[in-house]
Design a protein around this ligand. Structure first.
Ligand SMILES: [Zn+2]
Length: 1123
């Protein structure tokens, strides 16, 4: 105890001291402290095995070096040294998380070779001496250090740290520091100088250290939490430890907590894009007013802007400046190199070539000044550098076509904003537009620039009237409509009449405006049609006003208009539709569409350079006019071969008749609308026949799928369509087929033929309206049986067939053709025409079977199949030959080896809820890992690096769950599931931390005090009590007291099943519990509940369990392939 206190005191002194305490002593103290157990030290034996990389700056070099303390002793200390672009740090060992020293590269003045494998890192105030293993290692370090120091000027983040640079001046006037000052570390009498900078917290012994750029350590905040604990104290908890601080006053504490919390959320928000764009130095200041850290940009004007200027830009409308946030609109930036290539300075050489000093903007300019300046700069092009070809339209266009073949985007920008036409005809029918030329030459940045400017208004072109743009759009329409307040999300809830206000609306010259009344002289709102992404027609009665429509604006806002009169709304939709699409796309608005607008798309396998296309959607029909086409194409969504959604990228991929089309939305609400419209158009398994997913021949995919399965596997099966299958299997199979028939692969298995046969029957019996299109329409069919003359009956059937809707006719044809084939094999399957008719009569007519005329109809349809369905005898024979051939091949194949039977197993994705269940066919051999991959593939979830997905066994009230080890056999688990359990594939939130813990752990076993109770609890005392818990390679043992020699409980490690979580009714004392099921003896299955005091402790226990049970093999070495 005394020893601890001494060490602590020494530690405090050390922190308290200025430079009088020599560093050797400082480190020696730390060495001592490491052996004692005290939570309050600066140094904690936190371990991490991977290359530790706090500021997300790549490690340049790391390795062991010996370090000599600068003053005094000759004792060399082995240190793990790590260098990145910003800092040189050294750690106690290679697993260290928090460094012993952190030296800003910016503060290093020199790196010098000295004798005996040694080298010095010199800063202004002190020199660090290192010794390498040998001269080669030393040379490596010295040269890499020198290189890094030379490149430090490029290191943006450094200059923002506000360290003094080598000349002693502030490196930058710009600072990322949000708060700095002295804080007490709880338990230490002395104070530390703490600096919150960007995403990290830096600890220094004092302010001078800070200014010299030499500190103790940095704390990465992206995993941090901050919590006030007392009036003046607060905790900063990271993944590795808790730092307890005491501020000078309550008010100070508030400020620190606030600043730290901001730091946490800042570091969590996507800063990557901003950092990248700022790495071009010219982008560190607003292009218009010069304010630091501009985190907005205009993507078409190619300037990086501060918040104030961005607001002004936004006010000009999307057709002038497309404003995006560097921090929030991450999607826009994923591939964006444009801003790195150009940069504010270069772009301003064009935009701001001639600004009179009196008109210059500065950071303190007010919004009026900004507005005047920004309008003059970009709308009027008042300060721009005029291109030599200005005013010569043809020459400009020609120059544009040449420039976009090169990488000179700046020249393109200058041409475009001096009048070159982005959409001009190039004269080459193969590459008709500038965009297509740029694509052809692989100039992706040019494509990006052109795409952003495909519909922008050019400076100067609007000086007088709007003739240039609107010449092609002579549509005008006026009248009263009712309008709700615009919103940033899709309008999902019903709006009552009270939510609407009456507005006088006017569509004129490509502008849609609305006014308080007909007499108002100033409009209350206006949007340019070129900024409208999409027009959506709502179903009748969706809102208080019976007929309504929505406009999705490029700014992300959604506008809702309504009226009671269907005619009024129809007229508006017609006018707006026409004003929205280009004249060549007029087909798109000439029908009763639900949604029309533009989307970016790529066709085929190309992933680059999306083009702009126009689309309209209604029901299952998607009309599209792709770039460069002159007429609209048509996709029947029910016949799509594939649909996959890339939710992250806001993209959807359609495969239609072998053609792949990837559509991308610019704005989330707009994209979601398209996506759900397309998904609804796909066909629903619970709808009538014509709403099913269809094959090319108009037959529901379900029917087609079952028929081809029976044709392959069941034609020789005795009693086919007569025998019953396994009811639960049939239900599950039908469910998955109804959900998405194209995803289902019917595989062989015991009695699978009968299951599939029953699925087909059940589908036909249950499908809405039936094959004969409703009860009424089916009566004439049944009545035909009373006609005596056969030929007369056949011609009546023919007429009735002809009167059926297309899909019904095709379906009936497919079924009867199939039955015809089945009875051809009656010798083997014993199902002749009559037998089949008995089964299929009531099925197809959806009757109870008491009336045998249904059977008669079906029998006659089979009998006269060729006549009624007009089938060529030769064709039919060909089909039968083909079938015989397939069956023969099938039989030969089966003799070769029996494939393992497959079972359909229901697994939930992410959580158990309606619609999240996926039915997956798996064999005995499938591992949990393979199951996870399959489920993710089916759910269209791309796995990302650092994401850990596991299959969990979850109990129904979701209080406890066990992640399956990746090698566990999934089917065995599935079969063993109790009624109240299910399987869920979801992220394993502890895995990352567990892997880190295991990689750094020294001892594979673990023992510590833990709160425990068992199933029964102590009689009358249903509480948890403390036990010493020991877990090693052989068993888990619980001891009543530390001194106990006999364990109270014991269970072999291999007989344990460990679940995350404890049932709530057991009242666990914390939320970090685990349930350990001990299955040592079949009859003696026990559940023990262990409760930890912190998340870290829980993770460590879980990791220890997993590690022992699976011989350190927690996760597959190779990452999952992208599906
Ligand atoms: Zn600005």
């Amino acid at each position: 105890m005394a020893n601890n206190e001494d060490a602590l005191r020494a530690m405090q002194n050390c922190f308290h001291s200025q430079f009088s305490v020599d560093e050797a002593e400082y480190e020696d103290i730390e060495e001592n402290r490491r052996t004692s157990v005290d939570e309050d030290s600066i140094y904690l034996g936190c371990t991490l095995s991977r290359s530790f990389n706090p500021e997300d700056s790549p490690v340049i070099k790391m390795g062991w070096l010996h370090k000599t303390p600068p003053q005094g002793t000759l004792v060399f200390q082995k240190r793990w040294v790590m260098l990145d672009a910003q800092f040189l740090r050294y750690f106690q060992n290679e697993k260290g998380v928090y460094s012993k020293r952190i030296i800003a590269i910016l503060s290093v003045t020199e790196v010098l070779n000295v004798g005996g494998q040694k080298f010095e890192v010199v800063t202004r105030n002190r020199t660090f001496l290192f010794r390498a293993e040998n001269n080669t290692v030393r040379e490596e370090w010295v040269s890499v250090l020198k290189e890094t120091i030379q490149q430090r000027c490029n290191s943006m983040e450094m200059s923002l740290m506000n360290f003094s640079d080598t000349s002693g001046q502030r490196a930058s006037r710009v600072s990322l520091i949000s708060k700095q000052g002295y804080l007490e570390m709880s338990g230490l009498r002395s104070k530390l100088y703490v600096v919150i900078c960007a995403n990290s917290v830096f600890l220094y012994r004092n302010a001078e250290e800070h200014s010299q750029g030499v500190g103790i350590t940095s704390i990465e905040m992206n995993l941090g939490t901050v919590k006030g604990t007392d009036k003046r104290s607060f905790n900063l908890t990271t993944f590795y430890r808790t730092f307890s601080f005491v501020a000078e006053s309550e008010q100070q504490r508030e400020q620190w907590v606030e600043a730290l919390q901001a730091c946490v959320s800042h570091s969590l928000s996507s800063n990557a894009v901003a950092q990248k764009i700022w790495s071009e130095e010219a982008n560190q200041r607003c292009a218009d007013c010069g304010a630091p850290h501009p985190d907005w940009a205009s993507v078409n004007l190619c300037v990086v802007l501060c918040k104030c200027c961005a607001g002004v830009h936004r006010g000009l409308g999307q057709s002038v400046s497309k404003v995006r946030s560097l921090k929030m609109d991450e999607k826009v930036w994923t591939e964006n190199q444009l801003f790195l290539l150009l940069g504010n300075d270069k772009v301003n050489l064009f935009w701001a070539a001639n600004i009179p000093p009196s008109e210059m903007l500065c950071t303190s300019s007010d919004s009026e000044e900004r507005k005047r300046f920004v309008t003059a700069k970009y709308c009027q092009g008042k300060y721009r550098r005029y291109h030599a070809l200005f005013g010569q339209q043809e020459a400009l266009n020609k120059a544009l076509c040449n420039t976009i073949q090169t990488g000179d985007v700046l020249e393109t920008l200058s041409l475009v904003f001096c009048g070159a036409d982005v959409n001009c005809y190039t004269g080459d029918p193969e590459l008709p537009s500038p965009v297509s030329i740029a694509q052809h030459y692989g100039q992706t940045l040019q494509v990006e620039f052109l795409t952003h400017n495909h519909n922008t208004e050019l400076p100067g072109s609007r000086a007088g009237d709007h003739t240039i743009l609107e010449a092609a759009l002579p549509i005008s329409h006026t009248g009263y409509l009712f309008k709700t307040a615009s919103s940033t999300r899709a309008v999902t809830e019903r709006k009552s009449k009270g939510d609407f206000s009456r507005r006088w609306c006017s569509l004129n010259q490509g502008n849609f405006s609305y006014y308080e009344s007909e007499k108002s002289s100033s409009q209350s709102g206006q949007m340019k049609m070129s900024d409208v992404l999409c027009l959506v027609v709502n179903p009748q009665g969706k809102h208080g006003y019976g007929h309504s429509f929505e406009l999705y604006h490029d700014s992300g806002r959604v506008y809702l208009f309504g009226e009671d009169s269907p005619d009024t709304v129809r007229e508006w939709i017609k006018a707006i539709g026409k004003a929205l699409v280009p004249p060549v796309a007029e087909d798109l608005v000439g029908w009763s569409f639900e949604r029309v607008g533009r989307l970016r798309y790529t066709a085929g396998q190309s992933f680059h350079c999306p083009c702009l296309g126009w689309f309209s959607l209604g029901g299952s029909r998607l009309l599209l006019l792709l770039h460069g086409e002159d007429h609209a194409d048509n996709i029947d969504l029910r016949k799509l071969q594939e649909l996959s959604v890339e939710q992250e990228a806001a993209a959807v991929v359609l495969v239609d008749r072998g053609r792949r089309l990837r559509l991308e939305g610019d704005r989330r609400p707009d994209f979601q609308g398209w996506l759900s419209g397309i998904q609804q158009g796909l066909g629903r398994g619970d709808g009538p026949l014509d709403q099913q997913q269809l094959t090319e021949t108009e037959v529901p995919v379900i029917v087609d799928c079952c028929i081809s399965y029976i044709t392959q596997h069941g034609l020789k099966s005795e009693g086919i369509y007569r025998r019953s299958g396994v009811n639960s299997k049939i239900a599950a199979l039908l469910f998955s087929l109804r959900h998405d028939p194209r995803q289902v692969r019917l595989s062989e298995g015991e009695r699978q033929v009968d299951n599939v046969a029953n699925v087909l029957k059940r589908f036909l019996r249950e499908v809405g309206e039936g094959v004969f299109n409703g009860h009424q329409a089916s009566l004439p069919w049944l009545h035909t049986t009373t006609v005596s003359e056969r030929r007369e009956r056949v011609s009546q059937y023919k007429a009735l067939l002809h009167s059926l809707p297309l899909v019904n006719r095709a379906t009936l044809g497919a079924v009867i053709n199939h039955l015809y084939c089945v009875q051809c094999f009656a010798d083997e399957n014993q199902m002749n025409m009559h037998n089949l008719a008995i089964v299929f009569g009531p099925t197809l007519f959806q009757t109870d079977g008491t009336d045998n005329s249904a059977g008669q109809v079906v029998e006659e349809l089979i009998q006269n199949y060729q006549d009624i369905f007009n089938v060529n005898a030769e064709q039919l024979q060909k089909q039968l030959d083909m079938i015989s051939h397939v069956i023969k091949a099938q039989e030969e194949h089966t003799e070769e080896g029996t494939p393992s039977p497959l079972t359909i197993c229901g697994v939930y994705l992410e959580r158990k809820e309606e619609g999240s269940e996926l039915l997956v066919q798996i064999s005995q051999a499938v591992s949990a890992e393979e199951l996870v991959c399959e489920v993710l593939r089916r759910g269209n979830i791309p796995t990302q690096q650092g994401e850990y997905w596991s299959c969990f066994l979850v109990n129904d009230n979701q209080e406890m769950e066990r992640p399956l080890h990746y090698q566990e056999r999934a089917l065995a688990i599935y079969f063993s599931l109790g009624k109240d359990c299910h399987l869920v594939v979801k992220r394993n939130c502890y895995m990352d931390a567990m892997l880190i813990y295991i990689a750094g752990m020294v001892d594979v076993s673990r023992n510590s005090m833990i709160k425990f109770r068992d199933e029964k609890g102590q009689r009358g005392k249903r509480t948890f009590s403390r036990r010493l818990c020991v877990l090693d390679g052989t068993s888990l043992r619980l001891y009543k007291e530390v001194k106990s020699t006999q364990p109270e409980r014991e269970c072999q490690v291999h007989a344990l099943k460990v679940y995350y979580g404890i049932k709530k009714r057991l009242q666990p004392p914390s939320c970090w519990g685990m349930t350990v099921v001990c299955e040592q003896a079949e009859r003696d299955k026990q559940q023990w509940y262990l409760c930890c005091e912190s998340k870290n402790e829980l993770i460590e226990w879980l990791a220890t369990f997993m590690n022992l049970q699976h011989n350190s093999d927690l996760w597959p070495a190779a990452s999952r392939p992208d599906s």
